[in-house]
Design a binder for this molecule. Structure first.
Ligand code: G3I
Length: 381
């Protein structure tokens, strides 16, 4: 008679077989990498709308493939605080409530940013720039009101966004003109006071550039040493494939090492990969940079050549291999815009192009990239 296995061993073998089966069939990037980092995606207001907006079909793809979400626009100052004495959380609550009901965690984006900041924020009733004290009071009120509105529902915040130029200088924003560099420290202090449990991030683009990441690190290191409540530094990761894949990847690895010297972790907050020509040697995501449309800068109107897709796959495979190697420093890997159809890249830096910058195609089908990235960690953890 066949010797029966002790029941415990049999159950354990059954559980291993089941998990192996899951590994074999895993199609969710977030689930595949859940022991490495959080995997997130930005969500626009139409994807969480309650009407029959065509983009609402994106929601199931978001829930199936990610475990964090960040609002692409609906939590920004101009939307939630359109007038000095009026807040409007309609779209933001719709987004947060839908995310939480799907067991997705929420990253708040973004509290203090020179762009999409309400027009009234820096001016008095006569149209003059407000005083330093007035701006501090307005920042504190905005940050406190917004964070306390979402307290317990939003687990992390991009507190300050894009405060440095690519060469490492402070951006000459109205926040900087009125308060100098102190506005950054103040914003984090106000945020921590408003919600001591929230993770607080600094977020910026072009952080693969040594001049920028070193300036950011040199700015935050002494503040963190003195107790600034900074959880991590988010590198947006808006990448242009023609800028040179291997240099980009090695530069980002250098940046992870630079951020480590601050004593905080690294997040990737807005990853996408433009595959269109970079006509002007342009890089970064400074939304005020605009360029005229030229047909030769829009080569894939009909379709993306298979060879170009293989280049994209290889970039992400090599990028993720670098991330896995540095997994102890990385808290999150967020992508920006779910699919090629709703990606901001189609209109930036040149309006009206057809880019292929995301992980999902215009029919919400996962690109081959997703399966190849899952394969990298299949049966490993
Ligand atoms: O909602 C209005 C609509 O009412 C109006 O009819 C329309 C007219 O143009 O504009 C709509 O607002 C647009 C908004 O997106 C919402 O769709 C703005 O024009 C447009 O400029 C804005 O673009 C956003 C961009 O930030 C501007 O700040 C992009 O969607 C968004 O992806 C992008 O995201 C930023 C991150 O927040 C920070 N890091 C860089 C990243 C890319 O720029």
């Amino acid at each position: 008679m066949k010797k029966l296995l002790p029941i415990g061993l049999a159950l354990m073998m059954a559980a291993c077989a089941a998990s192996d089966k899951n590994n074999e069939t895993e199609t969710s990037l977030a689930k595949a990498y859940e022991k490495y980092w959080y995997t997130g995606i930005s969500v626009n207001q139409w994807e969480t709308a309650s009407d029959n907006n065509p983009q609402t079909k994106d929601w199931k793809v978001i829930v199936d493939n990610f475990n964090w979400v960040v609002a692409e626009n609906c939590m920004k100052c101009e939307v939630v605080h359109p007038e000095q004495n009026r807040y409007d959380f309609t779209l933001a609550d719709q987004f947060v409530d839908k995310a939480l009901s799907a067991n997705l965690k929420v990253m708040g984006h973004c509290l203090i940013w020179h762009s999409q900041c309400a027009k009234w924020f820096h001016y008095d009733s006569d149209g003059n720039l407000v005083s330093a004290d007035t701006l501090k009071a307005r920042m504190k009120e905005h940050i406190t009101t917004v964070m306390q509105h979402f307290k317990g529902r939003v687990a992390a915040w991009d507190v300050c966004n894009e405060c440095f130029e690519d060469d490492g200088a402070f951006r000459n924003s109205l926040f900087y003109q009125i308060l100098g560099e102190d506005f950054i420290k103040l914003a984090f202090e106000y945020a921590h006071e408003a919600d001591p449990d929230a993770e607080l991030y600094y977020n910026d683009y072009s952080m693969n550039k040594a001049s920028k990441v070193e300036a950011v690190a040199n700015f935050f290191a002494p503040l963190v040493k003195n107790g600034l409540p900074l959880t991590a530094i988010n590198m947006q990761g808006h990448i242009i494939l023609d800028d040179g894949a291997q240099k980009i990847i090695s530069d980002y690895e250098h940046s992870i090492e630079t951020i480590k010297t601050v004593g905080v972790k690294t997040g990737f907050s807005e990853l996408d990969l433009s595959v269109l020509p970079n006509p002007y040697g342009f890089s970064g995501a400074n939304v005020s940079d605009k360029f005229a449309y030229r047909p030769e800068m829009d080569p894939y109107i009909d379709s993306l050549p298979a060879a170009r897709q293989l280049e994209i796959d290889q970039f992400w495979i090599d990028f993720f291999k670098m991330l896995i190697k540095n997994r102890d420093e990385i808290t999150r890997v967020n992508f920006w815009c779910l699919n090629d159809g709703n990606s901001w890249r189609n209109d930036f830096p040149i309006r009206g192009r057809k880019d292929y910058a995301t992980l999902f195609d215009r029919d919400n089908k996962p690109k081959p990239t997703v399966a190849k990235l899952i394969e990298l960690v299949r049966n490993k953890q």
